[in-house]
Design a protein around this ligand. Sequence first.
Ligand SMILES: [Zn+2]
Length: 434
Amino acid sequence: MRRTRIWLVITGLTIALISVIYLQFPQVEKDNVVAEIEIDPSFFHLPTLHYGFPIDSFEVVEGKVKWNQNLSEILSEFNISFQDIHTLAQNAKEVYDVRKLKAGSNYSIILNKDSLRTARQFIFEPSPTEFVVYNLTDTIFAKLEQKPVKVTERMIAAEINSSLYESLLDQGASPVLVHPLVDVFAWQVDFFRIAQGDKFKVIYDEQTVDGKIVGIGDIKAAYFEHWGKPYYAIPYKTNDEVDYFDEEGNSLRKTLLKSPLEYFSRISSRYSLRRFHPVQKRYKAHLGTDYAAPTGTRIRTVGDGVVLEARYHGGNGNYVKIKHNSNYTTQYLHMSKIARGIRPGVSVKQGQTIGYVGSTGLANGPHLCYRFWKNGRQVDALKVDIPSSSGIDESMLSEYRSVADSIRSVLDNIDFQLEETRLAKIPSNEKDNP
Ligand SMILES: [Zn+2]
C-alpha cells in the first residue's frame, strides 16, 4: 500500500511542521503552573518577516503591477540607476524575465529607512505559490522561491440543487474541486445531466498558500448518487499509479478501443495542423485520423456512449458523433451508410456497429475520418492517453477490500447536513502495510 504510505509521510511531515512551529514559541503547561510570573512582552518579540526578510529596520512598499508598467518605472523613485536595472534584467533572465511582469501581480519593495529610500529588494509574485526576489544591493541577482503550501484534509457533502459548481461554493469549498471530481466519475455521472437530488461526498486535500486556496491535492474518497444510483470511488495504487475503483475493485474508468475499425489496410492520413488537402488542393488543418478501408467495412463505436448527431452534412458526408462521457467525444465521417437505429439520443455499447466506410462528402476515395475530442478540444486520437480499465488484480483483492470497506464506512458516516467543509478524519490503513 504505497499510497497510504504517502499519506503517512504527509501526515508525518505535517506533524513535524506543527511541532517546529510550536517549538518556536514558549509553551506554558497549565497543570504545572506554580505561580504567575510577569514576563517582559518584548521577550516574545520575533522579527517581522516579509517573504523571509526581517523588515523591522526597513520600509516596505507594496503594490500591484499596472498595465504596461515596467520595472524601471516601478523602481524610478527608489534611487536605482538605469544601469542597475539593465544589469538586473541581464542577470535575472534565466530566473524570471523582468519584462514579463504581469499586470495585476503583487510586488513589494524593501527600502532603506533613510531619506534616499534606496530599494534593496524588489519582490514579485508571478503566481500565488511562488515569488521572485530581485536583489538590488551589493550583488545584483534574482532567485525564485516557492511559498510553503499548506495541505488540509477536508470533507464535503451536499445535495445538488442547481449545479455542482454552486453546491461547492455553497459548502465553502473551492469550485476548483469540480475538475478532479468530474475526472473521477467521468464514466458514471453525466455532469451535463445532473438530476434534482443528486448527492455527493468527497474527502480531499485542500492546498492553501497564505490562507488562499491554490489547488486541490488528492481525492481520498468520494461518493456520488446520480439518478438514484450510488457510486463509490476508492483510490488505490496499482502498477505505480493511483486509480479509482468501486467497492468491488472494478475500475471506475472504461477504456476506449484503439481503433474504430477492426480491419483496415493502413492509416492514410494522420492528425496534423497543416496538410495538403487532396480534394480541395490547398493546405489546411486535418484534425482527424484517416483509415483507408473498402466501402462497406463496418465502423464500430470505440466506447459506450450516447449518439449526439447522425446525419448527412456537407464535407462530412454521412457522419455519426458520439459522446462517451464528460471527457470524451468521437466522430466518424464519410460513411456510405449510417447503421440502422443510430440516431441522436440513442445509447450505444462499445464495439457496436454505427455505420459503414464510404466516401460521402469531401473524400477522394473510401476511407473513415475519425475525430476525437477530449474535454471539448480536438486532439490526435493516436496520441491521446486513454487510461486503462483493468480492475484490482485477484491477488490483491482481499487487501483492497479491507481498505475499501474502511473508506466506505467513513463515507457512509458523513452526514449530508454538513453546514460547511469540515476537517476530515479518514482512518489510516497503515495497519495493512507489510
Ligand atoms: Zn480525415
